[in-house]
Design a binder for this molecule. Structure first.
Ligand code: PLP
Length: 372
């Protein structure tokens, strides 16, 4: 099997798994209890929070553990908005993940106004439109999951602040893959998810510059400063911190490896006769390769690759059962003839040159078969 769908999820890192095991077996104490048996769990939680904070240059009190990226996004978009009157106005890009867009739809149903910010053909925010936005909360994803485009977050955040808005970024595809310094960026909120950077599934975090702005997401006990109740999943938090630290230490080496793999794949495709375009801006998440093959069917290609043991995706994972052209490809106005034949290959640090050569070989054959 060749796994090339790392934007959907990644393999759990061995060191992260080993760091988790003691908290699932021996050190299973509830981190909130006062007796000494729970001390180890409590300390692990504290250390993990500090590690995660240092990876993005935040303070530990600004890191709130959540169950996933979707929860982090919902917390800011929905809960923060619901704690304000209906005059509170939200702006998001047209190419956000459904973890942002669907809460927006819910807000619209109950009378809140949401502005959708258009993007250009490469998926970059249209700055002329952005500069005139009059909103209380702006959310623009750090990097797009389907086409990999990285937004100029620092600049967007500065403009949003000049217009008096709070700024959130869904950095689920970026954390652990790009260098992120929240103080430098000056974002107010940032969402992340462990399973995208070789951590466990079912755990994520929300960075909040000022957590006091948030209302509780889950009400109950005093966990997460009373903002997100529920007994902490210490093992997963520890796994997330180990995976993030490791990925952050290896960011440059991983980027170099992934760019080399991208070149191998694209060179092989270019030397064949097939008609394709690569989507996204010049500045993309390393390893995220969205390709559109003229006159092909993306889902058909996915199945032909699958028959050869290769896992890729059409559009984003959440859209993979939807044969419609995705909202992202529509927003970048991709020609329908190409858009229908789109697949996303997302390479990860564990992929090899041989695997990428095999992907190219099968892809060229499959596209050839489809165009017969
Ligand atoms: N945001 C983006 C950009 C994503 O790519 C994803 C997952 O694909 C999510 C949010 C949701 O993250 P999670 O699966 O952790 O809920």
């Amino acid at each position: 099997m060749i796994y090339a769908d790392n934007a959907a999820t990644t393999r759990l890192d061995d060191e992260a798994l080993n760091a988790m095991l003691p908290y699932l077996r021996e050190q299973y104490g509830n981190a909130s209890q006062l007796y000494s048996f729970s001390r180890s769990a409590k300390n692990a939680l504290k250390d993990a929070r500090e590690t995660i904070a240092s990876c993005i240059n935040a303070n530990p009190e600004q890191i709130l553990f959540t169950s996933c990226g979707t929860e982090s996004d919902n917390w800011v978009i929905k809960e923060l908005t619901l704690s304000h009157s209906a005059s509170w106005n939200v702006a998001v890009s047209e190419i956000e993940h459904h973890a942002i867009l669907n809460p927006c739809k819910q807000l619209e149903k109950i009378g809140y106004k949401v502005n959708y910010i258009p993007v250009d053909k490469n998926g970059l925010i249209d700055l002329r439109y952005f500069e005139n936005i009059n909103s209380n909360l702006v959310s623009v994803m750090f990097a797009n999951n389907e086409i990999g485009t990285i937004q100029p977050i620092q600049e967007l955040c500065r403009i949003a602040h000049e217009n008096g808005a709070l700024f959130h970024t869904d950095a689920v595809q970026a954390v652990g893959h790009l260098k992120i310094d929240v103080q430098n960026l000056d974002v107010d909120f940032l969402s992340a998810s462990a399973h995208k950077f070789n951590g466990p599934k079912g755990i994520g975090f929300l960075y909040a510059k000022n957590p006091n702005l948030l209302s509780p997401f889950i009400c109950g006990g005093a966990q997460e400063y009373g903002l997100r109740a529920g007994t902490e999943d210490v093992a997963s938090v520890v796994g997330m911190s180990v995976a993030l630290k490791k990925n952050c230490e290896e960011i440059d080496a991983n980027k170099k490896h992934l760019m080399m793999l991208e070149d191998v794949l694209l060179d092989a495709l270019k030397t064949s006769e097939i008609d394709f375009i690569r989507n996204g801006a010049r500045d993309r998440i390393p390893g995220n390769i969205s390709l559109s093959f003229k006159g092909c069917d993306g889902e058909g290609l996915l199945h032909l690759l699958d028959l050869n043991g290769i896992c890729v995706s059409t559009g984003s994972a959440c859209d993979s059962r939807n044969t419609q052209v995705s909202h992202v490809l529509k927003a970048i106005c991709l020609d329908e003839d190409y858009a229908r034949g789109t697949i996303r290959i997302s390479l990860g640090k564990n992929n090899t040159v041989d695997e990428v050569r095999k992907i190219a070989e099968v892809l060229v054959k499959s596209v050839g078969k489809m165009n017969l």
